[in-house]
Design a protein around this ligand. Structure first.
Ligand SMILES: [Zn+2]
Length: 264
């Protein structure tokens, strides 16, 4: 799998003596979480895994060298059962996914490390990452963190409609790959689909409604796209990668320096 994570930030490229020499309390270990799932006719099924590797790699380039921050290998498979029924989607069940995160956390704890951060680029994983961040805090006393790959950075130039209802294989994701791996985008195969309009949000909706119904992509988007990729450009992709990486680098450094803010 393609990654932009610098070699000197890869935990798996260290030997155990080098790992043993790391400061246990300070070192921040990052677990990127992605997915292998359909992304319409125009993007590869690795989209979310590539996005995790991309944002994390670019963010790590911005971190001062003397900070002990390392990336674990990306968990490529996620909980993607919303995309089941589309060829290529490979999903873990919620219990399997949580077990994988739990066992990785247990191993890190066994080695004496204290800080673990989930760096997520697949929406279907987010709720489970939150659960596991808390469970690993409770079970092992780990300092755990959970963030999205672009850390909530504002993406200039994205329309309000796309910001609100571009969920998947949308303009944002398409632009990222047009900038980073254009060979993996089929620009002749765009399809578009919105579940609602930003000016007329529906009361009953798959997301963002007064009441949400549980959805499978095949119920609401025949091509698998939720959003409109047609306005995507490599230029915006480069801009958004830089914006996300800058915010993510700031967030990673805050986690690195974290101390309990609410001491009694
Ligand atoms: Zn995606």
């Amino acid at each position: 799998m393609r990654t932009w994570i610098p070699d000197n930030r890869k935990f798996a490229y260290l030997n155990w003596k080098q790992i043993d020499a790391l400061p246990r309390d300070k070192t921040l270990l990052i677990l990127p979480t992605g997915a292998i799932e359909q992304h319409g006719y125009h993007l590869p099924i690795a989209m979310d895994t590539l996005a995790a590797n991309l944002f994390l790699g670019k963010a790590l380039e911005l971190i001062p060298e003397d900070m002990h921050i390392y990336a674990l290998e990306t968990v490529c498979y996620g909980k993607s059962n919303e995309h089941i029924g589309f060829p290529g989607t490979i999903s873990m069940s919620a219990t399997t996914y949580m077990s994988v995160l739990r066992d990785i956390g247990a191993s890190i704890h066994a080695a004496g490390f204290k800080k673990l951060l989930f760096f997520n680029c697949h929406g279907g994983n987010a709720a489970l990452n939150d659960v596991m961040a808390r469970d690993l805090r409770a079970e092992f006393g780990l300092r755990t963190f959970h963030m999205g790959g672009s850390a909530g950075a504002k993406m200039e130039g994205l329309s309000p409609q796309e910001q609100k209802y571009g969920f998947h294989a949308n303009e944002f994701e398409t632009a990222l790959l047009l900038a980073a791996t254009p060979d993996l985008v089929d620009t002749t195969a765009y399809t578009s689909n919105y579940i609602a309009h930003v000016d007329q949000p529906s009361i009953l909706s798959p997301e963002g409604g007064a009441v949400n119904f549980a959805w499978l992509t095949r119920d609401i988007a025949a091509s698998g796209v939720l959003g409109d990729p047609s306005a995507a450009t490599a230029e915006n992709g480069h801009k958004w990668i830089a914006a996300g990486a800058a915010k993510a680098a700031e967030a990673l450094q805050a986690a690195y320096h974290y101390e309990n803010l609410y001491k009694p």
